[in-house]
Design a protein around this ligand. Structure first.
Ligand SMILES: Cc1ncc(COP(=O)(O)O)c(C=O)c1O
Length: 364
């Protein structure tokens, strides 16, 4: 059996340190916004190279709070990609703004910067690129557009912890970086968790207030905020994993490199690195015309696979009627042919070879 991600094995390799840290946190009984949360924020900001990191309850909340802090609201438009997890667009709707979906680049599957420029209207206030599957979006181009037009740049880094673009790691370039620590993410905790990064002192202070009921001083509430705090136990786990994130990401790149060389000339399209940043392969996603047959074959021999994402957001039931006249052919085509193979830092060469053999059986 080869899973999409082997969290058990990874936990066992760090068990002593994680268990000890959790027990210490239990003894201290400071469960919310305790010392491990502050230490994690400092360590994560240091690792990424950004001034502030504010831990929150999930990646979805990170996006939501970042948009609130950016002052986005009803009547505003936010340009984003249709080829992402729903949370990217949900956050836009939470603040009452309208997501404007533009097409993706056929090679990287990330938002196409040229399409961003074409979609800007007087109502546009922000752009949310997603560093999909661990590959940084074209930040140099996106940053230029945002600067010229005075738009907030909110990076969705849910899948890209530690991936670097030309000018620094993802999450350090835009107005905000929004991270998810969902367990299966390349940096994941053992529950829900998230984080917003920013270089803005005032923006960081606003986020600290927003995540804690609009309060800077206990029982004094300057604004309506939210309950969105990372808990101490998750922070313990994240601190242990953060120390290993470079090795984890290198492990993912090793596995991806092996897949790509073994899948050469088989008829599937392997991931394209655009050379503008470092891909951390949160997912290894191929394009295959016979996707369903390949997935069936893999399932028969005990190998997991998944489709991220089968339906672009403008075609999701919740959005379909609002976007009926929107056609985004690249996203639609990619969604109909993409599939992701198992990838995790601990994956062995033998496991990669087993996956590739099963894929090849269908393509032969
Ligand atoms: C691209 C993207 N954005 C946002 C999210 C939301 O993160 P969370 O599940 O932590 O709320 C996820 C992951 O689930 C994601 O993959």
């Amino acid at each position: 059996m080869i899973p999409m991600v082997d969290l058990k094995n990874q936990y066992l390799a760090m068990k002593d340190e994680i268990d000890r840290g959790i027990l210490e946190a239990l003894e201290k009984c400071q469960f919310i916004l305790g010392p491990n949360v502050s230490a994690f924020e400092e360590e994560a900001a240091g690792y990424l190279g950004v001034k502030h990191a504010v831990a929150v309850a999930s990646g979805t909340d990170a996006l939501h709070l970042a948009l609130v802090a950016a002052g986005i609201g009803p009547g505003d438009e936010v340009i984003t990609t249709p080829f992402t997890f729903i949370a990217t667009a949900e956050a836009v709707r939470y603040v009452g703004a309208r997501p404007v979906f533009v097409d993706i680049d056929p090679d990287t599957f990330n938002i196409d910067p040229r399409k961003i420029s074409e979609a800007i209207t007087p109502a546009t206030r922000a752009v949310i690129p997603v560093h999909l599957f661990g590959q940084p979006a074209d930040m140099a181009a996106i940053e230029t557009v945002c600067r010229e037009k005075g738009l907030a740049l909110v990076e969705d880094c849910a899948q890209s912890f530690g991936a670097s673009a030309a000018r620094g790691m993802t999450g350090t370039i835009g107005t905000f970086g929004c991270f998810s620590f969902f367990p299966s993410k390349n940096l994941g905790c053992y529950g829900d968790g998230g984080m917003v990064t920013t270089n803005g002192d005032d923006l960081a202070a606003r986020l600290v207030s927003l995540r804690n009921h609009g309060s800077k001083v206990r029982y004094h509430h300057a604004e309506i905020g939210y309950n969105s705090r990372l808990d101490e136990i998750q922070a313990v786990i994240l601190r242990v994993k953060l120390k290993r994130i470079s090795a984890f990401n290198e492990g993912r790149r090793r596995v991806a490199g092996l897949y790509t060389s073994l899948l050469e000339n088989t008829g599937v399209r392997t991931p394209v690195e655009d050379g503008k940043g470092v891909h951390v392969y949160h997912q290894y996603t191929i394009l295959a015309d016979r996707r369903e047959q390949i997935m069936d074959r893999l399932a028969k021999v005990g190998i997991a696979s998944a489709v991220y994402y089968p339906i672009p957001l403008h075609r999701q039931e919740v959005f379909a009627s609002d976007y009926a006249d929107v056609s985004l052919p690249v996203a639609e085509s990619v969604a109909s042919r993409c599939m992701s193979l198992p990838i995790f830092p601990e994956m062995t060469e033998e496991q990669v070879r087993s996956v590739v053999s099963a894929v090849k059986e269908v393509l032969a």
